[in-house]
Write a protein that binds this ligand. Structure first.
Ligand SMILES: Cc1ncc(C[n+]2csc(CCOP(=O)(O)OP(=O)(O)O)c2C)c(N)n1
Ligand code: SF4
Ligand SMILES: [Mg+2]
Length: 320
């Protein structure tokens, strides 16, 4: 049974897990995420979808970060599934161990999900993650990418976009925010390991994200899902704008939605009439210095080139 709000007057097969009355609410009320937290929304949707796909047979390993801190402040815990807090950097290895324990005890139906932020995934946990991919361990790893170390006060990570203002990349005279490379593309690093399934997703497109979770769950071996989750506190926009900001990132090409199997790109979500990146950048205070009177001349053009490059590379203009 689905709820009867306007957005849900759809055929059953077109509705999202989130619109069902009997959804699990795996991450339930009472947690301490900020209002409008994209990560909280993303995690609940991903784990609810996995819960449904496995009939409740999941265990979750969570790296240190906002998601872990806001959901389990002692003595309370908002998770409605077996859930384990690892260190900041070793969630993939802990999840591998949990999956092995289920296997040797003959509980082959139990599925293991590891999850963490971009800092945990792209930086400190990268070695453990690569090992998990290399061994093709039976774990679905989900990265919630809010593009900085939010839990400790918005420091730069290797997923922070170029020219972004963070606490450690403050724009000052002669320095225009994050200028250290253009970040690591972890979905592509995952693809380079040749693992069975890699996908990107956005909280602006929940049905697409749920479908990718269902597909990932149907596969055995190492799988990787990279979810774009805007953060009102770190990015500097009103909490009510989270979905709009997420959608604009997809619509301008800066966050491409795609899937890959065994290292090969197999599909992507088309972006019809891509919006200029400027419209997206203007929504967030972390990019405000790109528009002030001392704004660097070609920063926005450089970001536009990245978006246009994504549109070509991931065949977003109808190439699939
Ligand atoms: C080894 C180690 N170094 C540093 C920390 C402090 N720390 C905890 S969470 C965090 C940042 C988490 O960033 P990210 O993974 O992007 O998650 P987010 O909070 O942004 O969701 C840091 C630096 C730690 N817990 N352990
Ligand atoms: S700082 Fe950002 S990621 Fe952390 S709880 Fe707040 S909105 Fe969510
Ligand atoms: Mg982060």
């Amino acid at each position: 049974m689905t709820t009867l709000t306007i957005g849900n007057r759809l055929d059953k097969e077109d509705t999202a897990v989130q619109s069902e009355h009997d959804r699990k609410n795996t991450l339930t009320s009472g947690h301490r995420a900020c209002q409008g937290c994209g990560e909280a929304l993303g995690a609940r949707c991903v784990i609810d979808a996995a819960y449904k796909a496995t009939n409740g047979k999941i265990a979750v390993v969570n790296a240190t970060g906002c998601l872990e801190v806001f959901s389990c402040i002692y003595p309370e815990n908002s998770w409605q599934v077996p859930w384990l807090h690892s260190l900041f950097g070793n969630a993939p290895a802990v999840a591998t161990g949990v999956a092995s324990a289920f296997r040797v005890s003959g509980d082959n139906d139990m599925r293991v999900i590891a999850q963490g932020g971009d800092g945990a995934t792209c930086d400190i946990g990268m070695g453990c993650l690569s090992g998990m991919f290399d061994r093709n361990d039976d774990v679905l790893y989900v990265c919630y990418d809010n593009q900085a170390y939010m839990n400790t006060g918005v420091q730069r990570s290797s997923a922070t976009p170029i020219y972004t203002r963070t606490a450690t990349t403050l724009p000052t005279a002669g320095y225009i925010g994050n200028a250290i490379g253009t970040g690591k593309n972890v979905p592509e690093i995952a693809m380079a390991h040749g693992i069975p399934y890699v996908a990107t997703a956005s909280i602006a497109n929940i049905r697409d994200m749920e479908e990718k979770v269902l597909k990932a769950i149907s596969i055995r071996g190492a799988r990787y899902l990279h979810v774009h989750v805007p953060c009102p506190l770190g990015w500097g926009y009103q909490p009510s704008e989270t979905i709009r900001v997420a959608r604009m990132a997809v619509e301008c090409g800066l966050f491409p939605l795609f899937e890959a199997e065994n290292g090969v790109l197999v599909g992507s979500t088309p972006v019809d009439n891509p919006k200029p990146v400027e419209e997206y950048l203007r929504t967030q205070r972390r990019f405000a210095h790109l528009f002030g009177k001392n704004a660097p001349a070609d920063a926005i053009e450089a970001i536009q080139r990245i978006a246009s490059g994504n549109i070509e590379k991931y065949k977003l203009s109808g190439g699939f």
